[in-house]
Design a protein around this ligand. Structure first.
Ligand SMILES: C[S@@+](CC[C@H](N)C(=O)[O-])C[C@H]1O[C@@H](n2cnc3c(N)ncnc32)[C@H](O)[C@@H]1O
Length: 276
């Protein structure tokens, strides 16, 4: 049988990308998730789809790092909720005054919890208390909302949806945004990443879809979600306050490697919204 990648294993891939340039990504801990299976997969992906992926993922992490840092310093947020957290290391990059809630599928959460425990014990990671929740967003979300709300307990929060929406259907995405609006208090923030619909016509995206069809273990209902910016503008309880893409982020954080043409890469859009 062909050795395909499971969707949750893409979390190893994005972590490895962030480790490619710690100075840029500001993530000095993602290297702990590196492994030979992921390295092999990445090599093939970079050759067949786009070799800018490690660089753009460093930019993505940097954007959220700077945004969370700024809001934390301004005392606008006290809780960080990471939906589809994978092996993101934000809890360790920031001081221990943030309350961290990390949610992902069971396999990711179990592996992350065990490994993080070991790394903290050996002094490779600073001590942090993290609320882990194992949940598949495709399943019932009622208890998830209650569980998150009880931890947030009325505090201002930052919810992050990074590298996840691509894997969800439109219906589940709509439900997820409803859940987020339920758990956040007014003045809280939401950071989200998605592709614009126009990307489907680019050669790069076509290569991505082909690669995923061949190499990733997808269920038959897989839809490759894209969202127009208007989707974010029309979420009733949120105001869209910032939008970036890899062209604008490269100018800001790495001007000497500026991306000139967003159509030649897998250009994602980063959105920052504020709960009304
Ligand atoms: C590409 S990784 C991104 C991980 C992390 N946010 C990052 O930026 O490095 C996608 C993550 O979404 C999670 N995910 C995908 N579908 C999910 C679902 N239905 N329920 C919960 N998590 C899901 C995967 O398990 C995986 O950890």
């Amino acid at each position: 049988m062909k050795d395909t990648l499971q969707i949750h294993e893409t979390a190893f891939v994005t972590a490895t990308y962030r480790a490619s340039n710690e100075e840029l990504s500001k993530d000095v801990y993602s290297k702990y998730w590196k492994n030979s299976k992921t390295d092999k997969w990445i090599k093939s992906y970079l050759e067949k789809v786009s070799n800018e992926e490690p660089y753009t993922h460093c930019l993505r992490n940097r954007y959220f790092y700077e945004t969370i840092k700024r809001l934390k310093e301004n005392k606008e947020i006290e809780v960080l909720v990471n939906l589809g957290c994978g092996f993101s290391m934000y809890p360790f990059i920031f001081e221990n005054d943030l309350i961290n809630i990390e949610i992902d599928k069971k396999d990711i959460i179990n592996h992350k919890k065990t490994k993080v425990q070991k790394l903290m014990k050996s002094g490779k990671l600073p001590d942090r208390q993290i609320h882990y929740i194992a949940k598949d967003f495709n399943l019932e979300k009622k208890e998830l909302s209650e569980e998150i709300k009880s931890i947030i307990n009325g505090r201002p929060s930052f919810v992050i949806l990074e590298g996840v929406l691509f894997f969800l259907s439109k219906a589940i995405t709509n439900e997820l945004f409803e859940l987020i609006s339920e758990i956040q208090t007014p003045g809280s923030y939401l950071g989200s990443v998605s592709f614009l619909e126009s990307i489907v016509d680019t050669a790069c995206f076509k290569r991505l879809v082909h690669f995923f069809d061949e190499e990733v273990n997808l269920n038959s209902k897989f839809e490759y979600l894209t969202l127009p910016t208007n989707y974010y503008k029309s979420i009733p309880s949120y105001e869209l306050i910032e939008r970036e893409d890899y062209v604008s982020l490269s100018k800001k954080y790495s001007p000497k490697d500026k991306i000139e043409n967003g159509d030649l890469i897998l250009n994602e859009n980063m959105y920052l919204l504020k709960r009304k």
